[in-house]
Design a protein around this ligand. Structure first.
Ligand SMILES: [Zn+2]
Length: 236
């Protein structure tokens, strides 16, 4: 194979699996933080378990559906532009194969192959699957692995829901006096885990990611709790 290893890190099977995993962890993280902020805020204003359950469940559904819809729209748009680019490429290959062979040769030469080797590689890649070669080398996409927008939407829906369930259960299940400490402790613990894994999956230093992630979650809960307490105290 003549594909440069640089592309493998992004487009390879392992790379795309890690990207999916990282997206799932970040989706769960969103679910944890936004739902925790919501239920802790409501807990600042009321002791009512049914109010907490209603608010948490509404937050879970609203958040997971908005994440799924956003993901669907963004992946569909990306897919549309990738398919349009592939269509242009297909037409060019049909109408001007010589110019396309020259183009592929030059792109490969730019990546460090000698003229002769680049020409030889371009000819072999063109003979095997010209469109695929141009898609990968020129456009940086794999025509067999375009992301399905429904899969992407489902993945965000599920990961957000899994994350959101944690603060929802933590605020609803314990007796009244234990709700806040249990929720805060389990949320901060989970944020250590998601911060650490997303950093590891993205090959970044975990410690700073964990600190930022936990600080972000603590801030979200602190702000909504203060707001909820204020509203509860004034009886709005
Ligand atoms: Zn081309």
């Amino acid at each position: 194979m003549t594909e440069p290893t640089h592309d493998e890190a992004h487009g390879g099977a392992l790379g795309s699996r890690l990207n999916w995993l990282r997206a799932a962890v970040l989706g769960a993280n969103d679910g944890i933080v936004s739902t925790a902020g919501l239920v802790v805020g409501v807990a600042g204003a009321t002791q009512s378990r049914s109010a907490l359950l209603t608010a948490g469940l509404a937050g879970l559904l609203a958040g997971s559906m908005s994440m799924a819809a956003g993901e669907y729209v963004s992946v569909s748009t990306q897919r549309d532009s990738e398919m349009a680019a592939l269509a242009v490429e297909r037409r060019e290959l049909r109408e001007q194969p010589e110019a396309e062979l020259l183009e592929l040769t030059e792109l490969l030469a730019e990546r460090g192959l000698s003229r002769e080797v680049a020409r030889e590689a371009a000819e072999q890649l063109t003979a095997r699957d010209a469109l695929r070669a141009h898609a990968r080398v020129e456009l940086g996409i794999d025509p067999d692995e375009l992301t399905n927008p429904w899969n992407a939407a489902w993945a965000s829906f599920l990961s957000f829901t899994v994350g959101a369930l944690l603060p929802l259960l933590a605020i609803v299940l314990p007796p009244a006096g234990w709700r806040l400490p249990v929720t805060v402790a389990s949320v901060l613990g989970a944020l250590v885990l998601t911060g650490w894994s997303s950093a590891r999956l993205g090959a970044a230093a975990p410690r700073r990611a964990v600190v930022r992630n936990v600080a972000g979650g603590a801030l979200a809960m602190g702000v909504t709790y203060a707001a909820g307490t204020l509203l509860g105290a004034t009886g709005v």
